[in-house]
Design a protein around this ligand. Structure first.
Ligand SMILES: *[C@@H]1O[C@H](CO)[C@@H](O)[C@H](O)[C@H]1NC(C)=O
Ligand SMILES: *[C@@H]1O[C@H](CO)[C@@H](O)[C@H](O)[C@H]1NC(C)=O
Ligand SMILES: *[C@@H]1O[C@H](CO)[C@@H](O)[C@H](O)[C@H]1NC(C)=O
Length: 301
């Protein structure tokens, strides 16, 4: 008798420890269920609790329930306690949500199509046992970032090589392609001596697209847009200087400043003003230098 009691106790204890290690101890009632190892449904401890999806893609939240029997599986959004699905029926007026069972893996998966930022948060997979059992999954939505490296205006001298680099970060899915547009016309690199378009995947979430123009002419000037397959785009303005101002082969940003941006950049950098003087006083100095150079020039000519 005592031996039997001891056996029962130790089996119960084993189940408790097992349940505890799966992290779902609060939802199991080992005492009631005992008659062999797990008589009712239980969550597979390997089920993820943290899913990350990229904005605009489809997210899949798995809920692996063993020995489900004839119980139902519901998905509930915790934010507003909205019941999304019960078994394969959808209970929300948003057809992006759908649940399906893959029998081979005992997994009820909630699919959320075209994930939006507001879909991020906790979801509950609930099994209709008495009492109910729940498994929680957090969905993280990542928003890819796209930018063109450098200033929003690029100034180059005619004849020079220019590379425009577009960097896409936090993109879990590599863009299928990156198209480049020049004033809304697709840029093609059939002639590799003229132009080159390159796309590199740097790591699991970063892609860099590079457009190189080998011999810029005034026709290359204008708006360049980097447009990946699945994301927003980024643009930059290319200015090609026709050789009359070779000193201006630089980048600038503030086209509306008293000195046009393309002059300000090289001038302030060249004269070392930007760090130690205000723009206004630097401007005064530059004007003085201009006047002085005019005087010197007129003396010599
Ligand atoms: C879940 O995954 C995201 C992205 O991979 C990560 O930043 C976050 O720290 C994870 N959270 C937990 C609780 O593991
Ligand atoms: C589920 O199955 C059990 C026995 O396996 C049965 O007693 C019960 O009525 C069933 N419930 C439903 C809702 O079919
Ligand atoms: C460049 O072109 C893109 C795409 O047409 C547009 O969204 C953007 O406003 C343009 N930028 C400038 C500075 O014209």
């Amino acid at each position: 008798m005592n031996v039997l009691l001891f056996l029962l106790l130790s089996i119960n204890l084993t189940i408790f420890v097992l349940n505890y290690s799966t992290g779902v101890v609060a939802f199991h009632q080992p005492k009631k269920r005992f008659s062999g190892l797990y008589t009712g449904p239980y969550f597979d401890p390997t089920t993820s609790t943290n899913i990350t999806a990229q904005l605009g893609t489809h997210a899949y939240l798995p809920c692996k329930v063993k020995q489900l029997g004839n119980k139902s599986v519901s998905w509930i959004r915790r934010r507003d306690a909205h019941i999304l699905t019960v078994d394969r029926y959808t209970f929300i007026a948003d057809d992006r949500f759908q649940a399906f069972l893959v029998e081979a893996t005992d997994t009820w998966t909630l699919q959320i199509k075209y994930v939006q930022a507001r879909d991020g948060g906790q979801y509950e997979c609930q099994v209709s046992t008495e009492p109910k059992m729940s498994h929680f999954i957090t969905l993280n939505v990542v928003v890819p970032n796209i930018e063109i490296i450098g200033e929003s205006d690029i100034h180059v001298k005619a004849g020079s090589v220019v590379s425009i680099k577009c960097i896409i970060t936090q993109s879990l899915e590599e863009p299928a392609y990156i198209f480049w547009y020049h004033n809304d016309r697709r840029v093609l690199d059939y002639d590799h001596k003229e132009k080159n378009i390159k796309t590199e995947r740097l790591n699991h979430d970063t892609t860099v697209g590079t457009l190189t123009i080998f011999h810029t002419t005034s026709e290359d000037a204008g708006n360049y847009t980097c447009s990946p397959s699945n994301l927003d785009s980024a643009s930059v303005l290319l200015h090609v200087l026709n050789g009359e101002h070779p000193a201006a082969m630089q980048r600038g940003k503030n086209a509306a400043s008293p000195i046009p941006g393309r002059w300000w950049g090289p001038l302030s950098a060249g004269l070392g003003f930007s760090t130690c003087l205000s723009r206004r006083s630097a401007l005064t100095i530059i004007v003085l230098i201009e006047i002085a150079s005019h005087i010197i020039l007129s003396i010599f000519t």
